[in-house]
Design a protein around this ligand. Structure first.
Ligand SMILES: [Zn+2]
Length: 233
């Protein structure tokens, strides 16, 4: 039983430390710092994507240039059309060919316009993003320093509590303390709870028959539902 009262005083003191930890994690300083950090990480991925996209556009433009060169080459055939027709060539054949070429040029023009529009869009997006990233990068060291400063302002208080916790830990079964710390790191708090009417006072689940027997024998048990350490006062 004295083990339980020691654990309870430990937990009481530990709740003060938890409060400081929550003040730090819930602070504006941490939020601003964490937001900017996460933005910069995401922005770097996005900039990589935009770079890959612009590489794709360049490849596409290259292909369009090649097609244009091919058409230009074919158009050269028409330079000597007069001679060819005089030599008895089929004019209708060349007319059909010319119509096909004109269609190809039209399609090519439309495609070049689309690729150019997409290139413009990508460039604008990239530049806007870059501006934002540069601004965030400039801000980042200040935000980081402000967060560190805030943590430091709480450190002395936290250290004093930790020292008290160390002395309160004397006399607590190391195995129980290890279990306590494991639960604490799982964000369970409070960890030690009273049994009321054979139920966990935190989540309300009734104890099993085996656990009731253990409690009657003066032992502590673990709640099957919320995994807190339960004791009977
Ligand atoms: Zn419970």
């Amino acid at each position: 039983m004295s083990q339980i009262s020691q654990l309870l005083s430990y937990q009481q003191k530990d709740s003060e430390l938890l409060k400081i930890e929550q003040e730090i994690s819930g602070s504006e300083e941490r939020k601003k710092y964490a937001q900017t950090k996460s933005y910069l990480n995401k922005a770097s991925e996005k900039l990589d994507k935009l770079e890959a996209q612009s590489q794709g556009i360049l490849t596409h433009l290259d292909a369009l240039h090649k097609r244009y060169a091919e058409i230009s080459e074919t158009l050269k055939d028409f330079d000597h059309l007069d001679d060819l027709v005089e030599g008895g060539a089929d004019l209708a054949f060349y007319q059909r060919n010319l119509i096909q070429l004109i269609d190809k040029i039209k399609a090519l023009k439309a495609e070049i316009a689309a690729v150019t529009a997409s290139a413009k869009e990508t460039t604008e997006e990239y530049q806007a993003m870059r501006k934002k990233v540069i601004a965030a990068q400039k801000q980042y060291p200040e935000l980081y320093a402000a967060f560190q400063e805030f943590k430091k302002s709480k450190q002395e208080q936290a250290d004093a509590i930790s020292k008290e916790l160390e002395s309160l830990a004397q006399g607590i079964d190391p195995e129980v303390l290890r279990k306590y710390q494991a639960k604490r790191s799982e964000r369970i708090f409070p960890i030690i709870c009273e049994i009321k009417m054979d139920r966990c006072s935190k989540c309300g689940i009734e104890l099993s028959i085996a656990d009731k027997d253990k409690v009657s024998a003066g032992k502590v048990v673990e709640c099957e539902n919320c995994h807190r350490i339960l004791y009977k006062a």
